[in-house]
Design a protein around this ligand. Structure first.
Ligand code: OFO
Length: 168
């Protein structure tokens, strides 16, 4: 049975994963209309992954005697300045998400909730991969600079990139 304070923090995380999904979807729309088709594909796929992360938490709460609430999520807006700006925002966002996952784990340790702690380890592994990938993309975009033909090729490469499930 989940303790109330742990359920509340997990519920909070459901909202964060849902908001991440919305954010990636908005970024995908921007990339799509700006002609960055590869980046758009990457971001659409990532929006789906974040929704899966939300769903995984929802099911965990419900299976452990809690009752998850589906969050209402604000629109993330739609204006971005550049592909570099998009990926810098992604990295900042994911760093915040990692902090919030770490807070849940700290609470699990305090409450001796080893089951939830164990469950949340998957998210830690996922976050490490996501942050690393965002840093790699930013480094590549820095190297490319204003070289439009390299940017065109890199955009194509982006469509094939994804964060694989750490459980796989
Ligand atoms: Fe950013 O991946 Fe979810 O947690």
């Amino acid at each position: 049975m989940l303790k109330q304070n742990i359920e509340e923090q997990l519920q909070n995380q459901i909202e964060k994963e849902g908001s991440s999904s919305q954010l990636y979807l908005a970024m995908a729309c921007w990339a799509d209309v700006k002609g960055f088709k590869g980046a758009a594909e990457f971001l659409y796929a990532h929006a789906d992954e974040e929704r899966e992360h939300m769903l995984k938490l929802i099911k965990f709460i419900n299976e452990r005697g809690g009752h998850a609430t589906v969050p209402s999520l604000p629109s993330p807006g739609k204006d971005y300045q550049s592909l570099m700006g998009v990926f810098k925002s992604i990295l900042e966002h994911e760093i915040l998400v990692t902090e919030s996952i770490n807070d849940i784990i700290s609470l699990c340790l305090e409450e001796k909730d080893h089951t939830t702690n164990n469950f949340m380890q998957w998210y830690i592994a996922e976050q490490m991969e996501e942050e690393e990938l965002a840093r790699t993309i930013i480094d590549k975009l820095e190297m490319i600079g204003s070289d439009t033909s390299s940017l065109y090729l890199f955009d194509k490469e982006l469509s094939g990139l994804s964060i694989h499930d750490p459980a796989e």
